[in-house]
Each structure stands twice: as structure tokens, then as C-alpha cells.
Design a protein around this ligand. Structure first.
Ligand code: WTA
Length: 668
């Protein structure tokens, strides 16, 4: 999810008549009376937060976390854009995620149901997970890791990933997770930038039924002189042979396994750095987004409770994001455990060993809250609704979406096929579309499932205590029915505190476009009700004959056609119109590629959905779309194809044969 982040200054925003043709979404799904009656958060939170934003967050901080030293001030904004939240307070993230639940008598509650790709399983209660984290904390300390040191983490989706993060947090070490799908080179640059002292990795993992390696990338990343890494801890996951560097490398089982399970957590300053997470902008080297402790944990815990209507005693929560991305940090490693939830963690791909794996997992663990990305939903649509229909999905009561705009078609499919268990459930689960970023640390815009009447495709409303707006070029708030730039007007608890080692870049990237507001890099519109629709990154916005068009919206229109499974739209340079809309589409399994006829039909369909101006000039039917390992479509590569250039750097693609497949299919 992290390939598209702010970084470039936008040159154009969707505004004015670009929105003329947007159809107003009239479907509304109000919460059922039963759901609303049992909801953990009511509309009172909006009013309370509006009355006094810092006081609202201070209340949440005290209610949701146990502070070893209370704070004296909710917010210090005397030196913008550098915020301090919960000033003077001390808190330990791991104690809050673990020990206190055991102390409260919930040690036997399941914290993690782990499902390995080959089918192996492990269950950790809160008591067991606490013990593992204490051991890991002792082991890391015995390897010389102290408060403030950086620990690079290069692990698959296995419980040791969560254990490692919490062990770092416990001792005040700053973790820097590098997604397991990144290359050795990407790992090297991140290790070097953060000057990591320790690396935690695994021999490998499983991918689509086959063992795949991780340790060789670490060895390669450390193959140069002058790096700062002293030790490497290696989890044995798939038993592959690994090169061993005596003295530097240590098996997890020997170090963590042998360590003492006694470890006292001390409070760290509320503003003590918790982690760095690198995210790539469109240009330049990846930015190390820095998050600190008290505010991050508070907003994570509040949003996890409010947006998912969490009832920790009874819910089984499953967030499908990898811990290598911000969603896996905030909504796998931290917030669910802070809130005492029971969660599922799955190692592998959705189609291993078959396309029904996720739904079997939902049935097996009776998952009640599912949080995933639109790209996954559209993939399942492509595979067909018969597949989820084979499993009992009746346990699901809340569905979440994150990472990209969810088109109304996918939203409705999610509701009907997953949320209503293919029609077997009379009251479908509410869908919460959550907008946020690596930089925001936690959810910012989302419906509250017991309060908001949801609308297919819209993230709708800023959460209580969050001041989001849509503004024009000059930073003026736009009226309902218009579009512009998404900004955040007031500091929020989980906001990034900077870019590791580069305070100027932090100001320049996020706070220079509109001086006193955070510029998110996304285009958005307010509909007639004032609900917010995310329109994709402003760097993906096209300008066709002076009309501004959103790639996301045209994609949504294309995908709403029954023949289309997935679509990606780019703006290609055009002599006459400035830019022209070029669409790449994957047809559904059962749709026949009838060549020109389907292309003409799809053009007309887009014309009908949005307006003639949005009709793609070219539609190319392709077998696959280039996606990063986190599922983001790499439009840059498609733009290269559309503009007839040699395709640029494709190293971050999940499947590096995709561009060749596309080239081949276009030759035919
Ligand atoms: C996009 C992921 C529309 C957006 C948590 C943002 C979304 C970028 C949504 C951040 C959503 C995320 N609707 N767009 N619900 N959620 N985005 O840093 O463009 O990986 O700026 O964080 O994803 O991606 P990141």
C-alpha cells in the first residue's frame, strides 16, 4: 500500500467542472436498529470532540491506555508542524498491549490465531504472548540493543513479527519494518538510513505453496563494509538451508527461546519514537516516516474500537494487511492488542492452496470483523461469487476497506457476497471505508458503523477529533458538490512527527503547499451532503482538454460494467488535448474479448457513467495489471506503455512477468 505517498508537489487538482458529471450516489445503508443499539460509540463523540478537540483526545488517552505517569498537557502545538501530544506522560506500548490484560484476568483470552500458509496453526493467549515478548525483550537487550537503538525487521506474517515489534517497543528500541517482499537493495538502503543495530529475520516463508527465502537478502544487504548491524536474529520458519555468519547470526530459538520470561516494562516518554516506516514517494529515496508513542497508540486504539465497533470479549478480528505496511503496524501489531481483541493472522496468499482459502479461514475462526483492501475484493469478484458462497460467512458483522478508493461496484459486491453471506443473511454487515496514510498513523476518515448511513464508494466523514477538509488552490474550503485537495487542518494524535533524519523534507513535503495545513496528496470532493469521496492521488489526476478527471473515477466506471474485472487508467500525453485517458482493463473470466465491440461498448459505458469527456481515448484489454507486492497498481508503468516509451523501473512489481504479458497481449 505504500507506493503512492505524497512527495511530489501537485500541479493540478480536480476542481470545478470536473465534478459536473459526477453522479450523486443515492444509495444509503443506515445501521440496523440492533447494530446501533449495541454500538460501542455513538454520535455523542462528534459533539464532544468538536467542543474541545485536545480534551477529547486526552480523555481517550486516559481511557484506552494505562499511563505509568499521567501527562500534564494534551497538545503542544507551539512549534508547528512539530506536534507533541500528551506532554510529560509516560507509557509503555507493550505493557498496554499485553501485561495489563493478563493483570486484569484476561490472560487466557486468545490474542492471536495464527494460520500458516501450509496449514500449520498456532494459538497465543494474552498470557503466552506476554511471555514471548518478555523473552524477546531480554534477548534483544542481551544483544546490546538499548532504548533509542534501531532494529530492522524483515519477517513474514508470522507471530514473531508482532512479538518483535512489541519487544522493541517494550525496551524503547525503534523498529523499522521492511516488507518481506522488498529486495536486498531496498533493505540495505533502509538499514543504512536508520543505522540499525539489529536485524530480525527468518530463513524464509511460504508463498503459493512453495518455500521462499528471506535470509539471503539480509546477507546481501549486509555484504558491504561500514554498516551498523551487529547481530541478526533468525526465526526458523521453513527450514531452508541458510548461510551462517558465526558470531553475527543467532537462531531465534536459541536466543529468544533461552531468555528469561521475567521483564519489567518501564514507561517511555509519550513522544519517544516508536517506529520508523519507510514509504516511497513518486520520486527520490524512500522517506522514513517517524511515529512516536502516546498519540499513535491513542488514536490507533480509539479508531480500532470506534470504526470496527469492537467488542473485545466476543469479536474475532482479522486484518489481512502484512505487518510490513502501516496497516499491519497500526491494525495488527498495536491497536487490536491494546484493545484486548482476539485476532487472526494469516501468512500466505489468498489463492493458496485454492481461491477459497480466506473464506475457509473466516468460517474456521468465526471472524466477525474483516479488514482488507479493495484490490483484494476486486480479485475475489474476478474469481466469482461461487467461491465465498462455499463457506459459512455468517459470523461477519463489520467489513472494513483501506488503501485505495473502493468503487461502488466492489463495495456492493463486498456487501452482498461477503457481508450478507451471499444472501443467506438478511441484515448485511456494515462496510467502513477508511481513509488514512502511513503518515497519518491511524484512520482519519470513515463512517462509524453504528451511527453513519453508509454510501457505496465514499469514506464519508472525518472521525471525531479529526479536522479534514477539501480546499481549492488557494486553500479555501470548497462548497458541497465541489472538489479539490484533501487537507488536515488541525494536528492529530497519530500524526507523523517527521521524516527520519530530515526535518526539512517533512516541512517541504507536507506543509509547504498550504502553509498551515497538512497536504495529504489526495484529491477529494464533497458531495451534496458534504460527504467526502477520495479521488486518488493528485499526481494521478488527468487534465483532458482543460477538464480535470480522476483516474479512480473512470476506473470505477469501467469496473461497474459487467464485463470488466479490473481497470487502471492513466493520463497519457496528447498533442491536442494535453492528456488523454488511456484505460487498461482485465475482462471477467466469463466475458468474451470481442475486440472492437467491447472497446466501443466500454467507452460508451464510461460516457454514460461520467460524461463524454471521460471516455477513454484508448482501451487496451490486458491479461494482468502491474501491481506492487502490496497490491497498488503501478500506473507509472502503464503510462510508459500508453505513451509508447520503454517501460521504466519495474523492480517493485509483485510479478515481474506482468509487463511482458501486457506487451505480448498488445502485440497480438
Ligand atoms: C490511499 C494506507 C481512498 C490514498 C493506509 C492515501 C485511500 C494512500 C484509502 C496512503 C481509502 C488509503 N480511500 N484512498 N479508504 N486509504 N488510500 O501510506 O491515496 O500505504 O494517500 O497508507 O492510499 O497509502 P499508505
Amino acid at each position: 500500500m505504500s507506493q503512492q505517498t505524497p512527495g511530489t508537489t501537485a500541479t493540478q487538482a480536480p476542481q470545478g467542472d470536473a465534478f459536473e458529471n459526477l453522479s450523486q450516489e443515492n444509495r444509503r445503508f443506515a445501521p440496523s436498529a440492533g447494530f446501533a443499539a449495541n454500538a460501542v460509540v455513538t454520535s455523542a463523540d462528534y459533539a464532544e470532540a468538536d467542543a474541545d478537540r485536545p480534551a477529547f483526545w486526552a480523555k481517550q488517552a486516559r481511557e484506552l491506555l494505562s499511563w505509568s505517569k499521567d501527562f500534564t498537557q494534551a497538545l503542544d502545538w507551539s512549534n508547528p508542524p512539530f506536534a507533541k501530544w500528551f506532554v510529560g506522560g509516560e507509557v509503555n506500548a507493550a505493557y498496554n498491549a499485553l501485561d495489563r490484560h493478563v493483570e486484569a484476568g484476561n490472560g487466557d483470552r486468545v490474542a492471536i490465531y495464527f494460520e500458516g500458509e501450509p496449514g500449520d496453526t498456532r494459538t497465543y493467549t494474552y498470557a503466552q504472548l506476554t511471555e514471548e515478548v518478555k523473552k524477546a525483550a531480554n534477548a534483544f537487550e542481551s544483544l546490546g540493543v538499548a532504548k533509542g537503538d534501531r532494529v530492522a525487521v524483515y519477517l513474514p506474517m508470522i507471530p514473531e513479527a508482532v512479538i518483535t515489534l512489541l519487544a522493541c517497543a517494550r525496551i524503547g528500541a525503534i523498529h523499522s519494518v521492511v516488507f518481506g517482499g522488498f529486495s536486498a537493495e531496498a533493505l540495505r538502503s533502509r538499514i543504512d538510513d536508520a543505522e540499525a543495530k539489529l536485524v530480525v529475520t527468518a530463513d524464509g516463508t511460504y508463498r503459493r505453496g512453495k518455500p521462499s527465502a528471506l535470509k539471503p537478502a539480509v546477507d546481501e544487504a549486509l555484504a558491504h563494509d561500514g554498516h551498523t548491524v551487529q547481530n541478526v536474529v533468525v526465526v526458523k520458519r521453513n527450514g531452508q538451508d541458510v548461510d551462517w555468519h558465526e558470531g553475527r547470526d543467532h537462531w531465534w530459538a536459541d536466543t529468544v527461546g533461552a531468555a528469561s520470561a521475567e521483564h519489567t516494562a518501564v514507561g517511555h516518554d509519550s513522544e519517544h519514537p516508536l517506529f520508523i516506516l519507510y514509504t516511497s514517494g513518486t520520486t527520490g529515496k524512500p522517506k522514513g516516516i517517524l511515529h512516536t508513542t502516546g498519540g499513535y497508540l491513542t488514536q490507533g486504539a480509539y479508531t480500532h474500537k470506534a470504526v470496527f465497533d469492537l467488542h473485545p470479549e466476543t469479536d474475532v478480528y482479522w486484518c489481512t494487511a502484512d505487518v510490513g505496511w502501516i496497516t499491519g503496524h497500526s491494525y495488527v501489531a498495536y491497536a487490536p492488542l491494546i484493545n484486548g481483541a482476539t485476532q487472526v493472522m494469516y501468512e500466505g496468499t489468498p489463492d493458496s492452496p485454492h481461491q477459497g482459502r480466506w473464506w475457509e479461514i473466516v468460517e474456521k475462526y468465526k471472524v466477525s470483523i474483516l479488514y482488507t483492501a479493495p484490490t483484494a475484493i476486486r480479485t475475489f469478484m474476478k474469481w466469482g461469487k461461487e467461491i465465498p458462497a462455499k463457506s459459512d460467512l455468517s459470523s461477519i458483522r463489520v467489513l472494513g476497506s483501506v488503501g485505495e478508493p473502493i468503487n461502488p461496484e466492489a463495495w456492493m459486491w463486498y456487501r452482498e457476497v461477503i457481508g450478507a453471506d451471499s444472501g443467506r443473511k438478511s441484515i448485511p454487515a456494515p462496510i467502513v471505508d477508511t481513509w488514512w496514510q502511513t503518515e497519518t498513523g491511524a484512520q482519519m476518515i470513515a463512517p462509524l458503523p453504528g451511527v453513519t448511513a453508509t454510501k457505496p464508494g465514499s469514506a464519508q466523514v472525518p472521525l471525531p477529533g479529526i479536522a479534514v477538509d477539501v480546499v481549492d488552490e488557494l486553500g479555501e474550503s470548497v462548497p458541497n458538490g465541489s472538489g479539490g485537495y484533501l487537507v488536515i487542518r488541525e494536528p492529530w494524535p497519530a500524526m507523523l512527527r517527521g521524516i527520519w533524519g530530515d526535518p526539512e523534507r517533512f516541512k517541504e513535503t507536507y506543509w509547504s503547499r498550504f502553509e498551515t495545513m497538512y497536504f495529504a496528496g489526495d484529491g477529494a470532493k464533497k458531495d451534496e451532503d458534504g460527504d467526502i469521496w477520495l479521488l486518488g492521488r493528485v499526481d494521478d489526476v488527468m487534465n483532458v482538454s482543460g477538464h480535470r478527471l480522476s483516474t479512480a473515477e473512470i476506473e470505477s466506471a469501467l469496473v461497474s460494467h459487467p464485463a470488466v474485472a479490473e481497470a487502471a487508467v492513466v493520463g497519457a500525453a496528447d498533442e491536442t488535448t494535453g492528456q488523454a485517458v488511456v484505460a487498461f482493463v482485465i475482462l471477467r473470466g466469463d466475458a468474451v474479448d470481442s475486440g472492437d465491440a467491447i472497446v466501443a461498448e466500454l467507452r460508451n459505458h464510461v460516457g454514460k457513467e461520467i460524461g463524454p469527456i471521460a471516455k477513454p481515448k484508448t482501451i487496451l484489454v490486458v491479461p494482468e495489471l502491474p501491481k506492487t507486492r502490496s497490491g497498488k497498481i503501478m500506473r507509472r508503468l502503464l503510462k510508459d506503455v500508453a505513451e509508447g516509451r520503454e517501460v521504466g523501473d519495474a523492480t517493485t512489481l509483485a510479478d515481474n512477468t506482468v509487463m511482458a504479458q501486457i506487451a505480448h497481449s498488445l502485440k497480438k
